[in-house]
Design a protein around this ligand. Structure first.
Ligand code: SF4
Length: 275
């Protein structure tokens, strides 16, 4: 396995400024031009399929990594196979370390996530965070479907950044400025397959025991770890960011003082979160 290349932060900061507001395909084209080894990390929500559609046209055979936590809904496995047969991708289905799973379940049971927030994070760490860290070794960049309007914790997400949690490789979020409507317009225009659970009222889809459908008016990620109430709806794959972030910075520099506020307001009801 090739060692990860630690990308200079100032190079990526410059790229983030240049690519802020660029269309998603331009961001992906820059990524593939800059890095020989790029992985699209897919949860198989709508954003993932949009990125796979774009990336596989730009680089046929592109690596797609997905985390099989062992607790996914059957509908996610069905969509994984659909995407695999339709798009020219090299799919890597990554599983947790069996020894770590064994140790965790012996110590805390198989439904430990319901017992405390700490044990929920332990489960996400074993089933998601550690497997992703291993899977990204050797890549220069990974691509994620994060969007700023999905939640306040994602509002500051840059389009390009250095991911020091994964060896200093580049983290690229081509859809960062997309709205929920943008995503679904692309899904419809390209006739892309989508996760079956959207039709059952799900607005964000993760592991089966930790996700429920949302009710009208609820935040899109309210169905994730719902028993925790207002906890931060992240599993550890993406750092929790705070602050006004690039959207507001861009608004300030362009005179669009309302852009950051739009982003916040839109976070209230937008299905299709990644991760
Ligand atoms: S979402 Fe739930 S089942 Fe999946 S890894 Fe996290 S705690 Fe475990």
């Amino acid at each position: 396995m090739t060692a990860a290349v630690r990308i200079p932060a100032d190079e990526l900061d410059t790229a983030a400024r240049v690519l802020e507001g660029a269309d998603a395909e331009a961001v992906l084209a820059w990524t593939f031009g800059r890095f020989p080894r790029v992985a699209v990390v897919a949860s198989f929500q709508a954003e993932s399929v949009v990125l796979i559609d774009m990336a596989s046209r730009l680089r046929p055979g592109v690596d797609v990594i997905t985390l099989d936590t062992g607790r996914l809904p059957q509908e996610t496995y069905d969509l994984i196979d659909t995407v695999r047969s339709r798009f020219p991708v090299t799919l890597h289905v990554v599983s947790p370390d069996p020894a770590e799973l064994d140790e965790m379940s012996r110590a805390h049971g198989v439904n430990l996530f319901y017992l405390s927030p700490e044990l929920r994070h332990t489960c996400c760490d074993v089933r998601k965070t550690r497997p992703l860290a291993g899977a990204l070794a050797g890549y220069g960049a990974w691509v994620t479907g994060l969007r700023r309007e999905q939640s306040t914790t994602r509002r500051s997400t840059p389009v390009v950044s250095r991911d020091d949690g994964h060896g200093g490789i580049a983290k690229v979020a081509p859809l960062v400025g997309w709205s929920h409507e943008d995503v679904w317009a692309h899904v419809r225009s390209r006739d892309l397959p989508s996760h079956a659970l959207y039709a059952s009222g799900y607005t964000s889809i993760g592991c089966a025991p930790c996700t429920r459908a949302t009710r009208p008016g609820e935040d899109e990620r309210a169905g994730r770890w719902w028993w925790e109430g207002d906890s931060i709806k992240e599993c550890g794959l993406h750092p929790v960011l705070t602050g006004a972030g690039p959207a507001a910075d861009l608004a300030a520099s362009s005179g669009r003082a309302d852009a950051g506020a739009e982003s916040t307001a839109a976070s209230a009801a937008t299905p299709g979160a990644e991760g």
